[in-house]
Ligand binder design. Structure first.
Ligand SMILES: *Cc1c(COP(=O)(O)O)cnc(C)c1O
Length: 361
């Protein structure tokens, strides 16, 4: 019997998503970096991306890249969170390339790479308005000239990011800025930049609509592959599956209870004051899973008559009053996951993972 709660992972669907997004991007001369951070870089998922034709895997945590390297996946690795000074050594060991924006870190990467007799590849991040990582465009030439003086590191390109902190959307206009800046750097230093890394899943729409500037030749795609979604535009990506990860939790109590709590309302276990609506007596079930394992708001019941009422650390309450079938203790309830739930479900050590793939012919 499978152990609950559990996450069933459909590797063929993830491979299909990788393949279709790769095909779309190739038509526009764009290479896809498969980003695994949304599922803590599960090795099998990384392999499914590779099976789908992707040959660079990126993650924000060096531990995740180390796991993939140790599992001997046949892909280049890219650290996509700008490195901590204190992890430079490990970055050189486990990442073939990294995104960077601080010259002090790049200098240390250079020094340590020289000691290790390796060449580390660097993409310089440019802030195009989302105000997360990256240097301002005006400082690009100065920073590039400093990087070019260093050995042990090679500037392979520039990159940008959108829709991460401020929700600033990628547009043809701001991606053209990135492309122009790349040209300026190339002309100024008489070099060719191998990589112009245009952003994440939110940029795919511009590829589909043929609005992506020619010069952009790499995208870093996580959620689009893992969940087939563009969560910025709340749409599914054509040719992808969304039911790639299915969470199952087990019923441990079924009772009819009033929908209004009895007694004075104070704060709940997470310091919030809950609000209730009186719907009379309702049939509810408790599932053995909780906020320690999942992000509540991004959990989607597979049966539409099932509604989430709330959760504490270890109990999730669902309303099953409108559900036609009988629900009893020991039954399983299934959910699809949006990004935050996928992130927490794969981080929780209490959720058991089961992999599904068609037998190879
Ligand atoms: C998370 C991340 C991505 C991938 O974002 P998705 O929306 O999951 O495609 C790409 N680049 C950077 C720098 C990131 O941090």
């Amino acid at each position: 019997m499978k152990k609950n709660p559990r996450l069933d992972i459909y590797l063929d669907k993830i491979r299909n998503n990788s393949e279709n997004i790769k095909t779309l991007c190739s038509k526009h001369g764009i290479k896809v970096v498969g980003i695994t951070k949304g599922c803590c870089a599960i090795t099998e998922v990384g392999q499914a991306m590779i099976d789908g034709g992707i040959n660079i895997i990126g993650d924000s945590r060096i531990e995740n890249l180390k796991g993939l390297k140790k599992a001997k996946l046949k892909a280049e690795t890219m650290l996509i969170r700008i490195p901590m000074l204190s992890e430079v050594d490990r970055v050189l060991d486990w990442a073939d390339a990294s995104l960077n924006s601080e010259i002090s870190v790049i200098k240390l990467l250079s020094q340590e790479a020289l000691k290790k007799k390796i060449l580390h590849r660097i993409i310089l991040m440019i802030d195009l308005g989302d105000l997360r990582e990256g240097i301002v465009p005006d400082e690009a030439l100065q920073t590039v000239s400093e990087i070019k003086k260093l050995s042990g590191v090679k500037l392979i390109g520039i990159g940008a990011n959108f829709c991460c902190i401020s929700g600033v959307m990628p547009t043809r206009k701001n991606l053209t800025k990135l492309a122009k800046l790349a040209e300026e750097i190339e002309n100024n230093f008489r070099i060719t930049l191998e990589v112009i890394s245009g952003g994440n899943t939110s940029v795919l729409k511009l590829v589909e609509d043929d609005l992506i500037p020619d010069k952009i030749n790499q995208l870093r795609i996580g959620i689009g592959i893992l969940l087939g979604q563009d969560d910025v535009r709340l749409r599914n990506i054509a040719g992808t599956y969304q039911d790639t990860f299915i969470l199952t939790a087990e019923v441990i109590e079924v009772k009819e209870k009033p929908s209004l709590p009895q007694g004075e309302i104070g704060r709940d276990a997470f310091g919030e004051v809950p609000v209730f609506h009186d719907l009379g007596i309702r049939k509810r079930a408790i599932l053995a899973i909780g906020k320690q394992d999942i992000h509540l708001n991004s959990l989607i019941p597979m049966k539409k008559e099932v509604n989430i009422v709330g959760a504490s650390s270890d109990h999730l309450i669902i309303d099953i009053n409108d559900f036609k079938e009988e629900v009893k203790v020991g039954d399983e309830v299934k959910f699809r996951l949006n990004y935050p739930a996928l992130l927490s479900a794969t981080t929780s050590k209490y959720i058991n993972q089961y992999f599904h793939r068609k037998e190879k012919k």
